[in-house]
Design a protein around this ligand. Structure first.
Ligand code: NAP
Ligand code: GDD
Length: 386
């Protein structure tokens, strides 16, 4: 009986080593493995929110540029980091060694300041957020804590730790701050009118960033990014809801799709293009804020139509308001319904950005078109179902 238990324990140890090897690829170090005397002549970046969509793209970009990255996640578990590791699997093995994950929460001031003090990065990217607008109506206090106070935590820590003002800071601001704007397109001078607890919290973080830049001469920038998507987009956002559902319908795993406001219009770009702008903002002579957008606008309805086109279905629309349905033109099958449970208490109807400043000063421009973006996301979701 004793040897049975001993064999079981050995089996568990071997299995956990195996699982660790699969998910962590044996390449990712955790904090305790770091040799503090290791000499590093490459740039050092701390990335808060490394496991999110933008975190994945930014990590790949920075690793390929030779950066050493300390990436912060609240949970460095296999399930939470799998997406990131999968995405960087084709990065050169030696460069990948430069990624170190740390467990931490942006709302924890001692963690944030200790991390900055310990690693003294050249650049800090704050991508961490409760980033769902819909969820922010249900969790307004949590959203404010993470998105506004969390940002302030970094700024306060940088100010107290970095006397020489060497660290450069990127804040993930958002077009949601424009909300119910009357000015189209929106640029760096457009007044704010946020329409959600998320927008309000992000406006606070935006102004905190500017305040620290002006008060203490810090290199701190806001990237006012318009919606950007990719195969790594979170599953709670409308583009991914659409591409996942359309893929399931194609595979016979779903019969229809329910959505909220079909008439909302957004300026949708590709996340891979947008992280380049983040990096560029931190390589300038002086810190400034930039709108990052495509300058093109499309409705949720158009996104749905294009997504169905990708699987060979033409959609026609019948009815109005909550009774509107999207129908397969050929078969007459009802494929899209409107469900008011997805409506927001206050909606942002129309956003379109003017990226002229980024184009002129950063020499940045988006590369992936709206149609290519939809195609890329559908292809990925169909592949995931195989
Ligand atoms: P995302 O996929 O939701 O990623 C955000 C990450 O933040 C999560 O993966 C989460 O990682 C981390 N996080 C959440 N709460 C945290 C906390 N308390 N402490 C530390 N980390 C926390 O967002 P995204 O689409 O990559 O966007 C990146 C940033 O840009 C966000 O700030 C978002 O608000 C902003 N933004 C996004 C867009 C867009 O269209 N995507 C547009 C404008 C601005 P863990 O669960 O691993 O901790
Ligand atoms: N999520 C969701 N689900 N949105 C829907 C749905 C649905 O079923 N149906 C219609 N929509 C509409 C929303 O009402 C909104 O007008 C639009 O689709 C886009 O919604 P999301 O994809 O959830 O994105 P968002 O614009 O609210 O927020 C995202 O972009 C912001 C930048 O504009 C997030 O990534 C934010 O973090 C980011 O700041």
């Amino acid at each position: 009986m004793k040897s049975f238990y001993r064999d079981c324990i050995w089996l568990i140890i071997l299995m956990s080593l195996f699982v660790n090897k699969i998910y962590c690829n044996d390449l990712i170090k955790v904090d305790k493995d770091i040799d503090q005397n290791e000499i590093c002549d490459s740039k050092i970046a701390v990335v808060f929110g490394i496991t999110g969509q933008d975190g994945c793209y930014l990590t790949k970009l920075l690793l390929n540029k030779g950066y050493k990255i300390y990436g912060i996640t609240r949970k460095a578990t296999a399930s939470n980091t799998q997406k990131l590791f999968e995405f960087i699997k084709d990065v050169d093995i030696e460069l990948k060694e430069n990624l170190i994950l740390l467990n931490g929460d942006i709302t924890d001031h001692s963690f944030v300041s200790e991390t900055i003090r310990k690693y003294m990065p050249d650049e800090i990217y704050n991508l961490a957020a409760q980033s769902s607008v819909k969820t922010s109506f249900e969790e307004p206090l949590h959203t404010l804590m993470v998105d506004a106070v969390g940002t302030l935590n970094i700024l306060v820590s940088m100010h107290s730790v970095d006397q020489e003002k060497k660290i450069r800071f990127y804040q993930a601001s958002t077009c949601e701050v424009f909300g119910k704007t009357k000015k189209f397109p929106q640029d760096e001078l457009t007044p704010f009118y946020p329409r959600s607890p998320y927008g309000v919290a992000k406006a606070c973080a935006y102004w905190s960033t500017i305040n620290y830049r002006e008060a203490y001469n810090m290199y701190a920038c806001n990237g006012i990014l318009f919606n950007h998507e990719s195969p790594f987009r979170g599953e709670e956002f409308v583009t991914r809801i659409i591409t996942k559902s359309v893929s399931k319908i194609k595979k016979g795993e779903a019969k229809y799709l329910s959505l909220g406001n079909l008439n909302a219009k957004r300026d949708w770009g590709f996340a891979g293009d947008y992280v380049e702008a983040m990096w560029l903002m931190l390589q300038q002579d002086k810190p400034e804020d930039y709108v990052i957008a495509t300058g093109e606008v499309h409705s949720v309805r158009e996104f749905v139509e294009l997504a169905f086109n990708e699987i060979g279905i033409d959609i026609i629309w019948r009815g109005h308001g909550v009774n509107e349905v999207g129908i397969d033109k050929k078969t007459g099958q009802k494929l899209i319904y409107v469900d008011p449970k997805y409506f927001r208490p206050t909606e942002v109807d129309f956003l379109i950005g003017d990226p002229s400043k980024a184009k002129n000063q950063l020499k940045w421009k988006p590369r992936v078109s709206f149609k290519e973006l939809v195609k890329m996301m559908i292809k990925n979701d169909i592949n995931l179902l195989k």
